[in-house]
Design a protein. Structure first.
Lengths: 144, 374
């Protein structure tokens, strides 16, 4: 499954929603995150809405619509691919390839948003987001 | 749902005169008026809708119970919305305006805090600690020493002010209680880490205490929260975000990630409290600016704390041998991000510091005109 598809992020949501025990330890989270993957043949963007201990909605959006999210994470597709490859290889993000470290370093994937309070939700619910992304290790992912 | 107007009215939807002939004197001879049963002047018949996650404070903020007065008329601990005797004692509250303590997100943050509690004993994989090179273990222990020292200010500070807050602002006080618990856990987790892997507590010097003293001695709660939530905790939040970069093992990574989530809640409260306070009374802005003028200067002194600063740089560089080539450079990058995120929060809080800040922007090559663009 390509990572630059809505189906991939829906699969991550299904994985998470099917295993609430993975999520519950982090507590409830209410946030709307967007991810943007920049690529030569047209950028891909997806909005993921977290509510309680579930992902309630996943939808592909045009990149310009990311402003409706609490925050968005923006980077080139190869950087995202490297992150998911690391998750697959290690079962969860490792080293400096966690979403927090990637966004903090900001060399490739950048944390952005118009509202600092929305951007702070990235920190407030960081482990929930990481758990969601780590679900990639448990769903079939085929690079590129 | 009804609001009983007449205290002598016997029917609150469940009386029908059944309570007319109740005893008028207790077995010990005290007079009884049965007012709670016959018609207290409070809203009755409240039926909040229970949501998928249970019954939250937001759910029960319904009808008059959801109304938080701008200027409460009494000074007692009587619960907001109850039929309160006019002769309830004055508890000595001095924060009696909603804008003194409130934030629009405080109820949401309280529920979030309750839902996202964790245990420093159980939720950190302490068993995965391994022996580290001496310089790395020393550096981690120094960072944890300083963090243990500074974290409890965010418990002491609300504790200093909470008993002075009017009880009608219950939700704000409840949120601050969660913050106190969070900070106790942070002090716990960093102290545990310092002592868990063959190291120990290291240096404590004056710069840290100077910052803490500035915060605890703030003249007003709003000044205190600007210094603590916006400035102090904002900077610590960014250090926790950095935690993964300085963590030699999954133990520290987990520790910093969990603490980061808590800290972000505190910053969210402080930012929105200041915004609310300034919106309600623009004159408060100058009071906050004055506090931050001083606080930023003290924070800069704290930032030059050689123990904490060099320990961070050693961890960022991956050892003393890389501290000059890599550690200090990465640390400067992190400081730029700290400054930018702090100044962005100030904007959000309604107190622009871009051209007033005492932080050494120039020293780090930052331009106040463009710092927020990235």
């Amino acid at each position: 499954m390509r990572i630059d598809t809505e189906a991939f992020f829906v699969a991550l949501a299904d994985e998470l929603n099917a295993h609430p025990e993975q999520f519950k330890v982090h507590g409830e989270a209410d946030m709307v995150a967007a991810l943007v993957m920049r690529k030569a043949d047209g950028d891909f963007a997806v909005r993921v809405a977290f509510e309680g201990i579930r992902v309630e909605a996943v939808s592909e959006i045009v990149p310009a619509d990311v402003v409706g999210a609490d925050y968005y994470l923006d980077g080139p597709l190869p950087a995202w691919q490297a992150m998911f490859d690391d998750i697959l290889a290690n079962g969860a993000a490792s080293g400096r390839l966690t979403i927090n470290s990637l966004a903090l370093l900001g060399t490739e994937i950048r944390l952005r948003g118009d509202d600092p309070m929305g951007v702070d939700k990235f920190s407030r619910f960081n482990q929930t987001l990481q758990e969601y992304l780590d679900g990639a290790a448990r769903v079939a992912v085929a690079a590129g | 749902m009804t609001l009983t107007q007449d205290p002598t009215q016997t029917d609150r939807g469940n009386g029908d005169g059944r309570y007319d002939n109740l005893p008028t004197v207790s077995p010990l001879g005290n007079p009884l008026d049965w007012k709670w049963l016959r018609g207290a002047k409070s809203e009755w018949g409240v039926r909040p809708k229970i949501g998928p996650r249970g019954l939250t404070m937001l759910d029960i903020a319904t009808g008059t119970y959801g109304d938080v007065p701008d200027n409460p008329t009494h000074r007692s601990m009587a619960p907001r919305g109850a039929d309160i005797d006019p002769d309830t004692p004055d508890m000595g509250y001095i924060l009696n305006k909603k804008s003194d303590v409130w934030a629009e997100n405080v109820v949401e943050l309280y529920e979030e805090a309750v839902a996202r509690q964790w245990s420093a004993t159980r939720d950190i994989p302490w068993g995965e600690l391994r022996e580290l090179p001496s310089d790395i273990e020393h550096a981690m222990c120094q960072v944890c020493t300083t963090l243990t020292e500074v974290e409890m200010i965010a418990a002491d500070l609300p504790a200093k002010w909470m008993w002075r807050m009017n009880h009608d602002f219950l939700e704000a006080k409840m949120f601050l209680c969660t913050q106190i618990m969070d900070e106790a856990r942070h002090a716990e987790v960093f102290r545990k880490r310092a002592l868990a892997n063959g190291g120990g507590l290291l240096m404590s010097r004056g710069q840290s205490e100077g910052l803490l003293r500035t915060i605890i001695e703030a003249k007003s709660y709003t000044q205190a929260t600007a210094l603590m939530h916006l400035l102090g905790e904002g900077f610590i939040l960014d250090i926790f975000r950095m935690g993964e970069l300085i963590s030699p093992s999954p133990v520290e990574k987990r520790m910093f990630r969990m603490a980061m989530q808590d800290e972000a809640r505190h910053v969210a409260y402080g930012t929105m409290h200041i915004r609310y306070a300034v919106e309600q009374d623009p004159d408060v802005a100058e009071e906050i600016h004055e506090a931050l003028d001083h606080g930023e200067a003290v924070l800069t002194a704290f930032g030059t704390n050689q123990d904490f600063g060099t320990a961070l740089a050693v961890l960022l560089g991956g050892g003393v041998e890389h501290v000059e080539t890599k550690g200090f450079e990465l640390q400067a990058d992190m400081q730029r991000k700290q400054f930018a995120s702090y100044l962005a929060r100030c904007e959000r809080a309604g107190i622009s510091r871009l051209h007033r800040t005492k932080l050494p922007l120039e020293l780090l090559g930052l331009d106040p005109n463009t710092i927020l663009a990235n």
